[in-house]
Design a protein around this ligand. Structure first.
Ligand SMILES: [Zn+2]
Length: 75
């Protein structure tokens, strides 16, 4: 194992420079109060192949899924 990929959910995207679908590396580009923006970099030539915005709601959902215990409604 030369590189440690924490998440393998990154998919492959077509890279024009490499001329084929290449695995991409997800990189946190920008953190905003209500969302985070990720950049997808080609692992072959490090070209940016796309970006993805993750809304705050999506992040919360993601974290909620990581926590096994479901929230009890405490008033
Ligand atoms: Zn490439």
């Amino acid at each position: 194992m030369r590189e440690s990929f924490e998440s393998l959910r990154a998919s492959s995207l077509y890279c024009r420079r490499c001329g084929k679908a290449m695995p991409v590396r997800e990189r946190l580009l920008l953190i905003l109060p209500d969302k985070e923006i990720y950049d997808y970099l080609c692992t072959g030539c490090a070209d940016s192949l796309g970006q993805r915005e993750v809304s705050a709601g999506e992040l919360l959902q993601h974290r909620a899924m990581q926590r096994r215990g479901h929230g009890r409604r405490a008033r």
